[in-house]
Design a protein. Structure first.
Length: 310
């Protein structure tokens, strides 16, 4: 019997089977997501028990899950966010963890900018009215020349900055690891988060989810924002306090939000589904044909490299 590899991301190998073939040609049996959604911790414990390697999306890889994975030798993250993986436990067990850095950066930057435009111009609201034969005019917000705040100037944040440059937006940005050369080249000004909240017309989140960024944006931060502000999150659920978000949108503390990632998916807060000024995404910012193919190949190659080293 060949060793098994579990691949939990639903898009893995869906439009391009090359990554699956790569793993099979290396002598492994590939087990694809058996439930068609994000696996629960209990399901992960069941399905990971006899696998040598795993390609994981946002499914939980906790210490409890790893404790049941007696054969696990390598973890390959399908993406870059590792908040769903207990990295300390993986290190303790000597299990290497790899990421697909850069594979989906352009796709996510595209989607972030798309959400900015869709929220500002109320695209979903206008579309819904037109489908009901309501041709009434809807007044919306401007984008060109406005001020954009980017929280996290990594690969995706930089991609968004490049796209915003075409709209001649003034850009403020915050990052713990500041790339001064890129900022100077693009005319980007460094700003602390509080300044971004107070001054920017658009605020886009591109930070990792850590203990420091958990519920980073809450009631206090929303009160600092302009009533015309538009908030975008294509990074990680949990960075924005969703109860505070629902309150801010309901009370029109801010103009609108475009959110592709939630702390629970689907989110538990029922009020979010009723907000006309919220555009919701199903964690699909990275789901383009090109990005999925690139992530799939990189994830498979990373896993094989780790397994071979082991």
């Amino acid at each position: 019997m060949p060793d098994k590899i579990l691949a939990t991301p639903r898009s893995f190998g869906k439009t391009d089977t090359t990554p699956i073939k790569l793993l099979e040609d290396a002598g492994y049996e590939v087990v694809l997501n058996p439930v068609g959604r994000i696996l629960t911790e209990e399901e992960m414990i069941e399905y990971i028990a006899d696998v040598s390697g795993i390609i994981v999306g946002v499914d939980p890889l906790s210490s409890s899950v790893m404790a049941s994975a007696n054969k696990l030798k390598a973890i390959s993250k399908y993406g870059v966010g590792t908040d769903n993986i207990d990295l300390d436990e993986a290190k303790r067990l000597g299990i290497p963890v790899s990421i697909t850095k850069g594979a989906n950066a352009n796709a996510v930057a595209d989607f972030a900018f798309t959400l900015m435009c869709a929220c500002a111009r109320k695209v979903t609201e206008i579309d819904a009215k037109c489908h009901n034969k309501d041709w009434g005019k809807v007044t919306t917000a401007d984008i060109y020349g406005k001020k954009l705040g980017i929280l996290g100037l990594g690969a995706v944040g930089k991609g968004l900055a490049k796209r915003a440059g075409g709209f001649e937006m003034e850009i403020l940005a915050y990052d713990v690891y500041w790339d001064d050369d890129f900022a100077k080249e693009r005319g980007i000004k460094y700003a602390e988060p509080e300044k971004i909240y107070k001054e920017c017309d658009f605020i886009s989140v591109h930070m990792p989810l850590t203990k420091e960024t958990q519920n980073w944006i809450g009631d206090k931060e929303f009160q600092l924002m302009k009533p015309t502000a538009i908030l975008i999150n294509t990074a990680r659920g949990g960075i924005i306090d969703e109860d505070s978000l629902a309150k801010a949108l309901h009370e029109k503390t801010i103009y609108a939000a475009g959110i592709d990632t939630f702390s629970n998916e689907p989110p538990a807060n029922e009020q979010l589904y009723k907000l006309p000024n919220l555009i919701m995404g199903s964690h699909c910012a990275a789901s383009t044909q090109g990005a999925v193919s690139a992530m799939g190949m990189m994830a498979a190659e990373n896993l094989l490299q780790s397994l071979r080293k082991e």
